[in-house]
Design a protein around this ligand. Structure first.
Ligand code: ZN
Length: 147
């Protein structure tokens, strides 16, 4: 499973501006998020890694939240997260308990922030966690797949 991931590694240098595809994906996420959220504001579908399909969250494990968070551009190894480039993401799954995750990995601290990555292939960052608020884990909708 993990071997296939290596072929999809993006160039080391982030592009100077988001490619049109990213903007389109953002618009699709905004338009399509309604069908991902139940009446109680929870996720209707399981949350998966976009790259390898590893299960991150089961249906109902998170609540939809809007917050502007800057996540570094997607890359296979998120360790270099402090390097420039990134996306301002506004739609997230908010998880209140780390044990609600099926699988998740974390980067090393960047200041007081950790970024969430796929536990299996380390694709990411897919989410954001601040050490000042230990009960809030954000997973960006457009950085994950839904099933
Ligand atoms: Zn993965």
């Amino acid at each position: 499973m993990a071997a296939a991931c290596a072929e999809m590694e993006p160039p080391a240098a982030p592009p100077p501006s988001p490619p049109p595809a990213a903007a389109a994906a953002a618009a699709a996420a905004a338009a399509g998020s309604a069908e991902l959220v139940c009446a109680q504001g929870r996720n209707l579908k399981a949350v998966l890694c976009q790259r390898c399909g590893s299960r991150v969250l089961l249906p109902g494990a998170a609540t939809f939240a809007r917050r502007e968070l800057l996540l570094p551009a997607m890359r296979k190894k998120a360790a270099a997260a402090a390097g420039g480039g990134g996306d301002l993401l506004r739609e997230h799954w908010l998880v209140r308990d780390m044990f609600s995750f099926e699988n998740v990995g974390f980067t090393r601290d960047v200041g007081n922030v950790k970024f969430l990555v796929c536990a299996d292939c380390e694709a990411g960052p897919i989410g954001w966690h601040c050490l000042d608020d230990k009960d809030s884990f954000y997973v960006a909708l457009e950085r994950v797949a839904h099933e």
